[in-house]
Design a protein around this ligand. Structure first.
Ligand code: NAD
Length: 497
């Protein structure tokens, strides 16, 4: 591990430990006001990290550093191979620092260690993928329209990109934006959530170590209150060309409004209430086991959660019995332990909010499992409400915790109608042995991602991710994710003049 990266260690600091600074123009800096904030470990309440509490002036300094690094170069005009090499070195360094990065996520967000390690490996693969695309990027020529003319369609970097990110995937979320932005030649200011800023702060040190020039990647950490101010400054700034936001639909709208001042490009990855649809002819055991992971992964704090389970009536009773059996196998506990599958929720506010939905569930459905936790604290067992109406609050609103609304159905048409009866359209699943049924449902459901006989499966992580309807605008990952950071310039050349 390098000296620069040692700056944030995996160990929880004591209150007297030096604050971890902002990262502006390639240097660690305190906030202008000297203010810091603490993040507490949601498992045991200890201090997990101390961070510089950046405000408006710090945000503007970071934007100016990114603007200068874009306008003066050399990053936007560097060769494809030079960008490829920095991205590959970043992938290697993320892997070398896997333990420190995973420990940061566990300490600050309460995410179980195994999930955090998976997120680190996903981040390595994302950097490698976009390092490959950096070499493969090509503009195009139009040679066929006229004999005495030539057209060129050039791909250029969008410019300065601002990232505003949440806490639930605190490494992969910024990486999904950063890797394509850097491959395209953009410069960046990132604002992580106050609930898990450490991984983004570490990334800045890693990228500098990988050879990224000063000013290309800047990070402003801040507490809850200043975080909203910094987010608004980034979204509104005329020096920023694109804002990429991940978070709640309400905040996403505030970002979009602020961004309208200079009509910058806006990408929003927002909430969801996805339907996981199980037909009578589903592969029964796999569907029952996966239904749990679909809504309990990361303690349900995931935008793509299959938080509505639509079950065809022919297998309903037997299927729910199996699902409840799998729910009981979840291991809640210390997120540092290998055996733990579900950690605590991220903070008291989130826990109280989720518990209020448990109260709503008690009046809107039949409790089959959970609703409490013997561990106390910020834990909640997998909580399953059956016989829920799709019109009620439990089926319509995003809970962002391990709470499932089960909705029985009779026909394929009804399942598609119920799945689409939502303001959201982020993900969904369909379980059946009939290819015809699966494909009709895939085509019928208006959502950005569909899993067939799986849910949240890995291995195809490079495919685009993003939402229909209130779930967002734009795509991350894959080739589409790169195009989001490119402008198109059309050139018309007349020959023989
Ligand atoms: P949030 O909307 O409260 O905060 C997200 C980010 O916005 C944070 O960095 C926060 O500091 C910042 N922010 C807060 N107020 C702001 C303002 N007025 N202007 C600009 N920025 C502001 O969301 P959260 O609670 O951190 O995360 C949970 C939400 O994120 C859920 O709704 C979830 O579905 C969504 N999410 C979506 C995806 C996706 O890919 N679609 C992925 C992960 C999380």
């Amino acid at each position: 591990m390098s000296v620069a990266i040692d700056a944030i260690t995996a160990r929880p600091p004591h209150a007297s430990a030096p604050a971890h600074g902002l990262w502006v123009d390639g240097r660690d800096r305190p906030a202008r006001t000297g203010s810091v904030f603490e993040r507490h470990n949601p498992f045991d309440g200890s201090v997990a990290g101390i961070f510089a509490n950046g405000g408006e002036a710090d945000a503007n300094a970071a934007i100016e550093a990114a603007r200068a690094a874009f306008d003066a170069g050399p990053w936007p005009t560097s060769s494809a191979r030079a960008r490829h090499q920095v991205l590959m070195r970043a992938a290697k360094l993320i892997g070398d620092n896997a333990q420190a990065l995973a420990d940061r996520m566990v300490l600050e967000s309460g995410k179980p260690l195994r999930l955090a390690q998976g997120e680190v490996m996903g981040s390595v693969k994302t950097f490698e993928y976009y390092a490959g695309l950096a070499l493969a990027m090509e503009s195009s020529a139009i040679n066929e329209r006229l004999h005495d003319a030539l057209g060129l369609v050039l791909r250029e970097p969008v410019g300065v990109a601002a990232f505003i990110t949440p806490w639930n995937f605190p490494l992969l979320n910024p990486v999904a934006k950063l890797a394509p932005a850097l491959a395209a030649g953009c410069t960046v200011v990132a604002k992580p959530s106050h609930l898990c800023p450490g991984p983004t702060a570490l990334l800045a040190r890693i990228l500098t170590e990988a050879g990224l020039p000063d000013g290309v990647f800047n990070v402003v950490t801040s507490d809850l209150e200043r975080g909203a101010v910094v987010g608004q400054v980034l979204a509104a700034s005329p020096l920023v060309d694109k804002v990429a936001f991940t978070g709640s639909t309400t905040t996403g709208r505030a970002v979009m409004r602020a961004a309208s001042g200079n009509t910058k490009r806006v990408a929003l990855e927002l909430g969801g209430k996805s339907a996981n649809i199980v037909f009578d002819d589903a592969p029964f055991e796999a569907a029952a086991a996966t239904a749990i992971n679909a809504f309990c992964f990361n303690s349900g704090q995931q935008c793509s959660a299959g938080s509505r389970l639509l079950v065809q009536r022919g297998i309903h009773d037997r299927f729910m019995e199996a699902v409840v059996g799998h729910a009981r196998k979840q291991v809640l506990g210390d997120p540092r332990l290998d055996a733990t599958t579900m950690g605590p929720l991220v903070n008291e506010e989130q826990h109280a909010r989720v518990m209020s939905y448990v109260g709503i569930g008690r009046s809107e459905g039949e409790l089959l499992a959970g609703g409490k936790s013997d561990l106390g604290g910020l834990f909640l067992e997998p909580t399953i409400f059956d016989q829920v109406s799709n019109d009620g609050r439990l089926a319509q609103e995003e809970v962002f915790g391990p709470v499932l609304a089960v909705i029985p159905f009779d026909t394929e048409e009804e399942a598609i109608r119920l799945a689409n009866d939502s303001r959201y359209g982020l993900a969904g699943g369909v379980w059946t042995r009939s290819l015809d049924t699966a494909l009709r449902v895939v085509k019928g459901v208006r959502t950005g991602k569909m899993f067939v006989n799986s849910y949240n499966s890995s291995g195809l992580d490079d495919m685009p991710h993003g939402g229909y309807k209130d779930s967002g605008v734009g795509r991350e990952f894959g080739l589409e994710g790169l195009k989001e950071y490119q402008q198109i310039k059309t050139v018309q050349i007349k020959l023989g003049q």
